[in-house]
Design a protein around this ligand. Structure first.
Ligand code: GLA
Length: 401
């Protein structure tokens, strides 16, 4: 394409979709979110310690650059109706916390809700969208997670309320990304980007378990969320991401939000599978474990830079689930340099043998096959066969030869 044509196409695209700012989240956001570990028992000391651990563990270098404050930071409003932080939890204030993050090359996210109260019952933003967006901008906030508890169930109200906050953020004088969090019932993948969100949760809250064994549809584990999010690949793209909720690696059934509703914990192999699957589905990668006390297994998962590279790949294509039966899920994700990811999940509870001929997936060439968990090239050819452990996800990067 000629350069002038590229520029024209770009300008046309900007003109056609003014609500959508792809530069705020050109790749899926990565970081650490406070909710599953602390619930609303958060304070500035712990959040600073998490930021320090994100740097010292090598996570920041691997691409994790956000600390996301979730629910529980709020201390109500002052006599001019400005939102204030809880002075006991945040004695230095949120602006000082943002400076702490920025000084370390990190960013700070914050949380509110499109109603009068948040999910945990704190002050929220309905009716104060512009004022709150300006407050967040004045604190140098980089991201807003905007929840939907205590709001009406219809989709039109949701669109209106999210657009109101998106517009307010756009007029706030600062670049602040917007994460829409209405959990999926109003199909936000159909409208969230056009009202101004950079990402949207596709499901209810993840629980720390492999799958839901109860009849409660809100008690979703890794497989339940996978089955919803994998079908939504067509809606995801650069600057507009399906958000499959937090990573549960390293929580091991800890009491708290992720431990509720049967969240008894997972094996490290299951946590590794979640990480692989979330990465190839271009979900944001939000760790939520205690970064200050991580065991080796958790570090190996969260710091797999070859898997992270799939998530952050510039082409921005969510993996497509090409095979979906009761035992096997096989995903294909094209990458910017022409390589292709093939991921193979064994959903069953037993080790299984598998053979995949790449042409069955539409991959017609001969490839060098790299195993991104073994970190080595394991062969060349037009197929792969081998054993896959129960609940394991093999992740291969194929290079055409
Ligand atoms: C909702 C969200 C969670 C978390 C809590 C906070 O449940 O889905 O991710 O933000 O609210 O109260």
């Amino acid at each position: 394409m000629k350069p002038c044509l590229i520029i024209c196409c770009f300008l046309l695209q900007v003109k056609l979709s003014p609500a959508q700012n792809t530069s705020l989240a050109p790749t899926p956001p990565m970081g650490w979110m406070s909710w599953n570990f602390f619930a609303d028992n958060i304070n500035e000391k712990d959040l600073k310690e998490m930021a320090d651990a994100m740097v010292s563990s090598g996570m920041a270098k691997a691409g994790y650059n956000y600390i996301f404050i979730d629910d529980g930071w709020q201390g109500g409003r002052d006599n001019k109706n400005n939102m204030i932080a809880d002075p006991v939890k945040f004695p230095s204030g949120i602006k000082a916390l943002a400076k702490y993050m920025h000084d370390r090359g990190l960013k700070l996210g914050i949380y509110s809700d499109a109603a009068q109260l948040t999910c945990a019952g704190y002050t929220a933003s309905l009716g104060f969208e512009e004022q709150d967006a300006k407050t967040f901008a004045g604190w140098d906030i980089d991201y807003l997670k905007y929840d939907y508890c205590h709001a009406p169930i219809d989709v039109e109200t949701a669109k209106t309320r999210y657009k109101k906050m998106a517009d307010a953020l756009r007029n706030s004088g600062r670049d602040i990304a917007l994460g829409i969090c209405e959990w999926g019932p109003r199909k936000p993948w159909l409208w969230a980007a056009s009202v101004g969100g950079q990402l949207w949760r596709t499901t209810y809250d993840i629980r720390d378990k492999w799958k839901n064994l109860s009849s409660n549809e809100n008690a979703e584990g890794i497989l339940d969320i996978l089955d919803i999010n994998a079908e939504l690949h067509q809606y995801s793209g650069i600057g507009k991401w399906n958000d499959a909720d937090m990573l549960v690696a390293g929580l091991y059934g800890k009491k708290g939000p992720s431990g509720d509703l049967g969240g008894i914990g997972c094996t490290d192999l299951e946590y590794q599978s979640q990480f692989s699957l979330w990465a190839i589905m271009n979900s944001p990668l939000y760790a939520t474990n205690d970064l200050r006390n991580m065991n080796e297994a958790t570090k190996i998962i969260l710091l797999n830079e070859e898997v992270i590279a799939l998530n952050q790949d510039a082409l921005g294509k969510q993996a497509i689930r090409k095979i979906n039966d009761s035992i096997w899920n096989v995903f294909v994700k094209p990458l910017a340099n022409g390589d292709v990811t093939v991921a193979i999940l064994n959903r069953s509870d037993m080790l299984q043998k598998f053979e995949i001929i790449f042409s069955q997936l539409g991959l017609m060439d001969k490839y060098e096959i790299r195993d991104l968990w073994l970190h080595k090239n394991i062969g060349k050819g037009k197929k792969w066969n081998g054993n896959v452990l129960a609940h394991e996800t093999k992740v291969f990067r194929l290079k055409k030869i």
